[in-house]
Write a protein that binds this ligand. Structure first.
Ligand code: ADP
Length: 388
């Protein structure tokens, strides 16, 4: 019987999970998720190196989805003993700057941050409750997406609002920190010179953001107060003139909940194309709306690369990660096109092959598979001592 760690990453429409052997070299045993939480949810999981299992579970909310993960996904472990559970938590506010052991008072503090990430934090906290109920003896920790960015200089942490709003916590928190943490740790291992220099990491998935990293430290993020700002995303708008919100309220009589639905779920690639937020589908159609959506996505992303390069005072490497960054050769090409002045030039053959090294200019360009779950498992391992 092995001791294993479980990682849980509860988003708005999916819950991802992984199981790692609790050993010095963390070995992943199972990877899976419940996707499409709602009327047509399904559980997909695989033991590493084996075929995927796909189970249609029908209607599911977050609670029942977690029950399916616990009763079917994880039961396939046999007699292994889950001794530690790590949760990805969207928002750690100002105070949570590193992983934390989850206790009642800590969870109450995290509940106070729900309004800062209304589409993520409540699900994260429900995941904690359900895991505590199902595994009362397991050690449980929270790892924060905001923590990696907590050392930004004040200018990159604030909005130009009266100061009292900053004191109240209206700041640029930045997200995707677990992914950036993983990529910087990979660079430290495999590219020590690059790890010590100026790097832009573009995490392009359904959610998308970019982080400027100097000597391993985040100096700025395109995401700000909420996971809406910065780059356009699958269904989120990215940067938007705040005047648009005032207009929508005053002239379209839209309520906050309707605006939230518009900005989080109906905008981005989906809104612009009127078709889908799936990058694969958009890059394989000739529909003019799809082409315009891709052009907007690439242009805004390129613009932010320029902005990050200015903050970093130059750039030595551009790292792509996330579902689009790791896999979409056409989108990487559109983004990098025209950035030769920053030394960024794609090696087209390497790009098409989805190689790790895809640049041929002065500035390195890499595509690296990110692994947020491993960062959580590493944190568990640091906390957990079987003899304590
Ligand atoms: P999430 O933020 O939900 O974790 P992912 O990182 O899985 O999202 O990224 C989802 C995006 O990645 C989608 O737009 C999807 O189309 C795109 N994607 C995934 N695989 C590929 C691929 N092989 N080629 C192009 N795009 C891909």
């Amino acid at each position: 019987m092995d001791e294993v760690f479980l990682t849980l990453n509860a988003g708005s429409s999916s819950i991802k999970f992984s199981v790692f052997l609790n050993q010095e070299k963390l070995i992943e045993k199972i990877q899976g998720q419940v996707e499409n939480i709602g009327p047509t949810a399904r559980l997909i999981y695989k033991h590493i190196g084996e075929e995927k299992n796909i189970i249609e579970i029908g209607a599911a909310n977050h609670k029942t989805a977690l029950q399916e993960i616990f009763s079917r996904g994880i039961s396939s472990l046999g007699g292994d003993n889950i001794t530690g559970i790590g949760h990805r938590i969207a928002h750690g506010g100002i105070d949570f700057t590193k992983p934390v052991k989850l206790s009642k008072p800590i969870i109450e503090k995290l509940r106070l941050l729900e309004s800062l990430a209304p589409l993520h934090q409540p699900h994260n906290l429900k995941g904690i409750e359900a895991a505590q109920e199902a595994f009362p003896d397991a050690f449980q920790i929270g790892c924060f997406d905001t923590a990696f960015h907590r050392n930004h200089d004040w200018v990159n942490d604030t909005f130009a609002l009266p100061r009292r709003f900053y004191e109240k916590g209206i700041r640029r928190y930045g997200f995707h920190g677990l992914s950036y943490d993983f990529i910087t740790s990979e660079l430290a291992k495999t590219e020590p010179a690059l790890a010590k220099s100026r790097v832009i990491i573009a995490h392009l998935g359904n959610g998308a953001s970019m982080c400027g990293v100097k000597e391993g430290r985040s100096i700025a993020s395109t995401m700000g107060f909420s996971p809406l700002d910065g780059l356009p995303m699958g269904t989120r708008c990215g940067q938007l003139d705040p005047g648009v919100l005032l207009y929508l309220m005053e002239n379209e009589n839209m309520m906050a909940s309707e605006i939230s639905d518009l900005l989080y779920k109906k905008s981005g690639l989906l809104g612009l194309s009127g078709m889908t937020n799936d990058m694969r589908a958009l890059t394989s159609t000739d529909k003019p709306e799809a082409k315009q959506a891709l052009s907007y996505y690439a242009t805004r992303t390129r613009r932010e690369i320029g902005a990050m390069a200015a903050l970093l005072q130059g750039v030595d490497g551009l790292i792509f990660c996330g579902g689009i960054g790791e896999n979409s050769a056409p989108m990487r090409k559109m983004i990098v096109n025209g950035l030769e002045f920053l030394g960024l030039e794609l090696d087209e053959t390497a790009n098409l092959k989805n190689n790790r090294e895809i640049g041929k200019g002065k500035t390195r360009i890499l595509a690296i598979k990110t692994d947020e779950e491993r960062i959580i498992a590493r944190a568990l391992r640091e906390f957990y001592s079987p003899n304590s």
